[in-house]
Design a protein around this ligand. Structure first.
Ligand code: HEC
Length: 394
């Protein structure tokens, strides 16, 4: 199923604008009308759910398919592997502290008990695959498998981010990086930190936004990225997007470059997209903006997914032999470098005995080429904030 595509257009002056700071081209890939100001946008395959006030609008192909109404305004949403086995669930947290499974027909079902969570006062949630965290007034409930939930004492987190087996916590004491497997916590001293996130990839990298800068984890420290002087918000998946007073920025060669010189509505907000693109909400519109002119998602659905189902999924499904889920588009975007290496360079995947025609391999190769934005890192760069203190998780 394809989503409605707006005519692919260069966003405002990002094309050919002159000026001091570097710019990069970005493209508008999809546009839908928006009623108000969303608090979150979440995606599951070709379904997009916009959380706004008490309403969750469940959209497919740019059309509203169902509406779910929570008893309290929404705070945030996430996607988790289904607690009853098959597939994945869209979930939302409301102000009352209730976590709801949002079914595609608009039905809401509370899942606090199933997750082993206290209903009292969850304030924030984050999830990546089976790693899950919820922030409460008295601490953080975290799980690496969605089955065993542990409550860790911690000051109220003002921001929370989750990657596989890692949790980033921002609280009044600073920024902490928790490793659930190693059971360690590392503290970073960042002045006036306001948000945390993870840049997805083979090794997820911590991103911290302060009132003045954006920092990216590198070699165990946080490196200050050159870029906007007053970042306002972050949207991070396999790509890093920053909204600043003067527009949208994205990561290129470990620097933030201007992606859009157009004046964005002052009420604009941005949200991460599974696809590596960014959702920009403002002026009555929700737009998906990306680095690639062609819609990598659309191409994946038509060209790649059928091959994946045939040639990879038998082993690469959650819980499959390879212990490495490659069923979905987001998994392909965040792991495109490994897939490139194993399938195109080394020809070591799929393993001997499973067939992949030369045509199919070439098709995957072409998609990966379009997919890969420049990921080369410039050598050097100033490392700051290596003030770290180590501790153990209880
Ligand atoms: C017969 C089972 C099987 C099939 C089919 C298969 N794989 Fe794999 N794959 C594995 C196993 C087992 C591993 C882990 C061991 C290894 O790295 O070789 C793996 C590892 C990988 C890795 C490396 C993961 C990492 O941790 O870095 C990539 C990438 C990969 N496969 C891609 C693919 C793609 C793409 C396809 C389909 C075109 C595919 N595989 C088909 C069994 C399979």
């Amino acid at each position: 199923m394809t989503r409605r595509l707006a005519a692919v257009a260069c966003v405002a002056l990002a094309c050919g604008a002159s000026g001091g700071s570097r710019t990069t081209e970005v493209f508008e890939l999809e546009t839908t009308a928006l009623a108000g100001t969303p608090v979150d946008v979440i995606e599951l395959d070709d379904v997009v759910v916009v959380l706004e006030g008490q309403v969750a609008r469940i959209m497919r192909g740019g059309n509203v398919k169902a509406i779910a109404r929570a008893p309290q305004p929404w705070l945030a949403g996430a996607v988790i592997p289904a607690l009853d086995g098959e597939g994945r669930w869209l979930i939302g947290l409301d102000r009352g502290g209730t976590l709801w499974q949002i079914a595609l027909d608009g039905e809401l079902r509370s899942i606090n008990d199933q997750l082993g969570l206290d209903r009292s006062a969850a304030r924030s949630i984050g999830a990546f695959d089976r790693t899950f965290a919820a922030g409460f007034d008295r601490g953080i409930a975290a799980s690496g498998d969605l089955v065993h939930m542990t409550m860790f004492e911690s000051p109220v987190p003002t921001a929370l981010a989750v990657a596989r087996d890692r949790i980033a916590v921002l609280n009044k004491e600073g920024v902490e990086l928790w490793d659930l497997k190693a059971r360690t916590r590392i503290r970073f001293d960042v002045r006036a930190a306001v948000d945390v996130a993870f840049l997805e990839g083979k090794a997820p990298r911590l991103v911290v936004m302060s009132a003045d800068h954006v920092f990216l984890e590198k070699s165990g420290g946080l490196r200050k990225l050159s870029g906007p002087s007053h970042p306002r918000s972050l949207a991070v998946s396999s790509q890093l997007w920053v909204l600043a007073d003067d527009g949208l920025y994205t990561l290129e060669d470990d620097d933030l470059v201007h992606a859009d010189r157009a004046r964005l509505d002052p009420k604009t907000s941005i949200f991460r997209s599974n696809t590596g693109d960014v959702w920009v909400a403002g002026a009555g519109k929700l737009r998906r903006i990306g680095r690639r002119p062609s819609d990598a998602l659309g191409a994946w659905r038509t060209d790649i997914e059928p091959i994946v189902k045939r040639a990879c999924v038998p082993c690469h499904r959650p819980g499959g032999d390879a212990d490495f889920d490659l069923m979905s588009f987001p998994r392909w975007t965040s792991h495109h470098e490994e897939i490139q290496r194993r399938v195109i360079v080394e020809h070591s995947m799929p393993p001997n005995g499973s067939a992949l025609s030369d045509d199919d391999r070439a098709r995957i190769g072409r998609w990966l080429e379009v997919m890969s934005v420049r990921t080369q890192r410039k050598p050097g760069g100033s490392m700051v904030h290596s003030e770290r203190s180590h501790g153990r998780l209880p």
